[in-house]
Design a protein around this ligand. Structure first.
Ligand SMILES: Nc1ncnc2c1ncn2[C@@H]1O[C@H](COP(=O)(O)OP(=O)(O)O)[C@@H](O)[C@H]1O
Ligand SMILES: [Mg+2]
Length: 309
């Protein structure tokens, strides 16, 4: 019987979500008959992984020190197979700025953006007006390496722009500013290694002004509509873009790519989530169910792909 180690928890802002993902994964793997151990992960328990000697590791960590390639690199050094993307795709997916740069090279659509670095930022000389002239309002301000909308602001008037940038800078050295795309929020789950397939596209509606932390994790604050209420032309276009982005970023196993489809029918990629939420009510399991794949089956697929070419 295969011994699977599930890594969960971790030290990022998304610790609580990861604990829930990990518990759901453990339950699913037990149901499928695996021998399962789990670790509430932090750098001090690294040596425990070697002691446990798992056949394969299921990484149910979100955010820094888990989704960003660090744990993946350690497991590569140990020669232990693990679920999901490798070092490069994980590191790039964790950084929305690097992701967007690659999407641009591939000619894939993403909202127009600007980058501010902490060392160049001076709140008294900052040219808010020219940025607003270029992007209009609202402007989206994000810390590029956070998830779950943590530190993100949708700025609706000039006076709030500085505060939003300063908030984003508390999470790291760079800030990503984006043109706000009004439209339908969609997310597309992808599974596979070399020949990935997309699961049914999910439309997300949120009670709050956007899909913020509260909407994501409070039952009833958002809804998943599957299949998304979009026409066939938009669906086919989004599926094509999704596969191209997945392969361009060298994702493996699975990922979930977030989009906004604007009123003209033009899709924009917001980001690529290499380890999306995996609780029984998360988006990727919902997409799986819509494709006739139960949550335990989906989790097992992820595990099997870890050891495939
Ligand atoms: N350019 C944008 N235009 C409109 N809404 C946006 C834009 N960027 C982000 N959002 C909103 O913020 C949410 C979180 O942004 P996202 O880039 O997916 O980061 P994360 O989910 O990692 O926090 C999105 O789901 C969406 O509701
Ligand atoms: Mg997102």
């Amino acid at each position: 019987m295969k011994k699977v180690l599930v890594l969960m928890g971790g030290t990022s802002e998304e610790r609580e979500v990861s604990l829930k993902s990990g518990q759901a994964v453990v339950k699913a793997l037990l149901e499928r008959g695996y021998q399962v151990e789990s670790l509430d992960f932090n750098p001090r328990v690294l040596s425990d992984i070697e002691k446990i000697k798992p056949d394969v590791v299921f990484i149910a960590l979100h955010g820094k020190n888990g989704e960003d390639g660090t744990v993946q690199g350690y497991l590569d050094l140990l020669g232990i197979p693990y679920t999901g993307s490798g070092v490069a795709a994980s590191a790039i997916g964790m950084d929305k700025i690097l992701t967007k740069k690659i999407l641009c090279y591939e000619g894939l659509p993403t909202a127009e953006f600007e980058i501010i670095h902490k060392r160049d930022f001076n709140s008294t000389t900052f040219a808010a007006k020219s940025l607003i002239e270029r992007f209009g309002l609202p402007i989206v301000v994000k810390p590029p390496t956070q998830g779950s909308s943590v530190g993100t602001s949708i700025v609706r008037n000039e006076n709030d722009l500085l505060k939003a940038i300063e908030l984003a800078l508390t999470f790291g050295d760079e800030v990503l500013l984006e043109r706000f795309i009004a439209g339908t929020e969609l997310t597309v789950a992808v599974i596979g290694n070399h020949e990935p397939i997309v699961l049914p596209i999910i439309e997300i509606t949120a009670q709050n002004e956007y899909y913020d932390y509260e909407s994501k994790y409070t039952p009833g604050m958002s809804a998943h509509i599957i299949p998304a209420r979009i026409d066939n032309e938009a669906r086919e276009l989004i599926e094509k873009i999704t596969i191209k982005a997945y392969l361009a970023l060298k994702c493996r196993g699975f990922s979930r790519i977030d989009f906004i489809l604007d009123q003209n029918g033009d899709p924009y990629i917001l980001e690529v989530n290499t380890i999306p939420g995996m609780t029984a009510t998360s988006l990727i399991p919902d997409a799986g169910r819509a494709a006739g794949i139960s949550f335990p089956e989906l989790v097992e697929k992820f595990l099997i792909m870890a050891e495939e070419e």
